[in-house]
Design a protein around this ligand. Structure first.
Ligand code: NAP
Length: 530
């Protein structure tokens, strides 16, 4: 399949004339062909006009049609075959197995949202029937359902070129909700983006949907992405990336005459708490999976364990020695972009130069854009005194904080910013300590896990991939799992509408056959039109 370097606007391919850029071979830094033309304001205008025109039709497509559309996108992605894997490997430096796994996850996410639609619970249909006999006042007939928010802007993530990019979780959940999507393709993998974007474009055509349901713009700078967020037709934003960019987009969204939600996933250091019983019993054993979690994917996971908290002593010494020995054997791995590599090197240099920080170990050196893993240690006093030590170093680096006792460890936890995950390693003897920490952990993180690490985010119904700022800009939601659809829905109440004017989800005959809440109680009698 040919990559043209053109933006996809509705059913058309448009060569951008607003500057140009190339994809970069992550290993060598060489430019990959072809050049990608930056979208113009005119292109943006056209994409937004088409999305707005498609919205009312698309949001009222029946749940089955939308489910089939999501599945068709998955089929079209699989149909690209090896060309997608090879281009993605070149642009990201990630190995084949990882990219193939991510493709599988991308298709699984699309299928998950298809199942969510068929189930119908996302409509959240509620009926409080009229009570004309009620005294002193009769009760009105009230019916509620969720509707789509409107066209959504999605910023693809650099670190998940498939599963959190053009057809990734944000796009899948927004399309499932009934929102047209305009993707701002990430400059780190433009060829991959075009291949996937064309798969979605084909699925729109196969399913007979309005062309404005999907567009994708290449941006040679940041102006088009910013203008997209500012456009009055866009009603929500999905973003994964740096704190600086996420906050910049949030400010633009808040400054609009009509502010809109920005669901940005940004920065987390994902503390790992090693409680005394577990540390004494198996500190060295915990070190092995810790180094694997720290270094997989060159550490470029939002759930990477960038911070370890434990009480100082012989058991922690054993953990540090085992982790240092394991890390020394870890080969360097290519990072996603020269920019991300440069940021990582700066972060590691900053830690290494800090007089209150001790460098415990380094991984093997590698090529020009490879990340060399690094493990550091500091005291709780220094960590509490220097806020900069809490900054994310995106890549395979972690900082161990040696605490005098559990109370000091608790104090360090209380001082942390919001996190995506907190991992606690515990044995039965640690239950009381964990019970003491749990209220703080709940306030800090979207996911609390035991005897594991946050990397490896299950795509399911009970997953929360989110957390308080700066992990995300909205702790009430998740960007992974079926609940992600709720970000792009809003409730509407219908008071005393005649049955013939009600949306199908709320009509007396329940033609969609979905479960509904009647007077607050789930009505299991699911009926369809005769
Ligand atoms: P990024 O710089 O935040 O870029 C993400 C997207 O936002 C890109 O499409 C980028 O456009 C755009 N963008 C950047 N700054 C913007 C601004 N001021 N206004 C509007 N749009 C803007 O993230 P990245 O390139 O993926 O990686 C850079 C750093 O982000 C990493 O070193 C790491 O620290 C952090 N990061 C964190 C996570 C995480 O999950 N925690 C994930 C990825 C990255 P261009 O492509 O045109 O630059």
């Amino acid at each position: 399949m040919t990559i043209t370097g053109q933006s996809l606007i509705g059913a058309a391919s448009v060569p951008g004339t607003n500057g140009a850029f190339h994809g970069i071979d992550a290993r060598t830094g060489d430019a990959l062909e072809p050049a990608f033309g930056g979208a113009t304001q005119h292109d943006l205008e056209r994409a937004c006009t088409l999305a707005e025109a498609a919205f009312d039709t698309y949001r009222e497509t029946d749940l089955e049609a939308r489910a089939a559309f999501l599945e068709t996108i998955g089929e079209q992605i699989n149909a690209i075959g090896d060309a997608l894997i090879e281009r993605c490997m070149a642009e990201t430096g990630l190995p084949r197995a990882r990219i193939e796994g991510e493709r599988g996850r991308t298709v699984t996410q699309l299928r998950l949202f298809a199942a969510v639609l068929r189930n119908g619970d996302c409509v959240d249909a509620r009926i409080d029937p009229a009570q004309p006999e009620r005294r002193p006042l009769p009760r009105v007939d009230l019916r509620l359902r969720n509707i789509a928010l409107g066209p959504v802007a999605v910023f693809g993530a650099s670190n998940f070129p498939l599963a959190f990019s053009v057809a990734g979780g944000d796009t899948a959940s927004a399309l499932a909700a009934g929102c047209p999507v305009i993707v701002k393709a990430h400059g780190a993998h433009p060829g991959t983006s075009e291949l996937v974007g064309r798969a979605i474009q084909r699925a729109v055509q196969i399913c007979g949907l309005p062309e404005g349901v999907f567009s994708m713009l290449f941006d040679s700078g940041i102006a088009i992405g910013q203008a997209l967020v500012a456009d009055h037709r866009i009603k929500a934003v999905g973003f994964t990336g740096s704190r600086a960019a996420g906050v910049a987009l949030m400010k633009i969204a808040n400054a609009r005459p009509e502010p809109i939600p920005v669901y940005a996933e940004m920065s987390a250091i994902n503390p790992v708490v090693l409680l005394p019983g577990a540390l004494a019993a198996r500190g060295a054993a915990i070190a092995q999976p810790f180094t694997v979690s720290l270094t997989q994917g060159a550490g470029q996971f939002c759930t990477n364990p960038g911070l370890v908290l434990a009480v100082q002593g012989e058991s922690l010494d054993a953990f540090e020695q085992a982790a240092s020995a394991a890390l020394a054997n870890i080969g360097a791995a290519t990072m996603l972009t020269p920019g991300i590599h440069a940021n990582y090197c700066k972060g590691v240099e900053r830690l290494a130069a800090n007089p209150n920080v001790e460098q415990l170990a380094s991984g093997a050196e590698g090529g020009r854009f490879d990340a060399q893993a690094a493990l550091f240690a500091t005291t709780a006093d220094a960590f509490l005194a220097q806020p900069a030590l809490r900054d994310e170093v995106f890549g395979p680096a972690s900082l161990i904080v040696r605490c005098k006792d559990l109370n000091e460890l608790h104090g360090v936890l209380k001082g942390l910013e919001g996190q995506l995950t907190v991992a606690v390693h515990l044995d039965a003897a640690d239950h009381e300590a964990c019970r003491m920490l749990l209220p703080t952990l709940e306030r800090k993180a979207g996911r609390i896990l035991v005897n594991g690490f946050g990397t490896g985010v299950e795509v399911g119904h009970a997953m929360v991939h989110g957390g308080p700022f700066p992990a995300t800009t909205d702790a009430r939601t998740t960007s992974v799992g079926s609940r992600a659809i709720e970000r792009f829905l809003r409730p509407v109440s219908y008071q005393d509408l005649p049955d013939a004017l009600l949306p199908a989800a709320l009509r007396a005959a329940n033609p969609l056959g979905i479960t509904r809440r009647v007077d607050g109680v789930i009505d299991h009698e699911v009926r369809k039109d005769d």
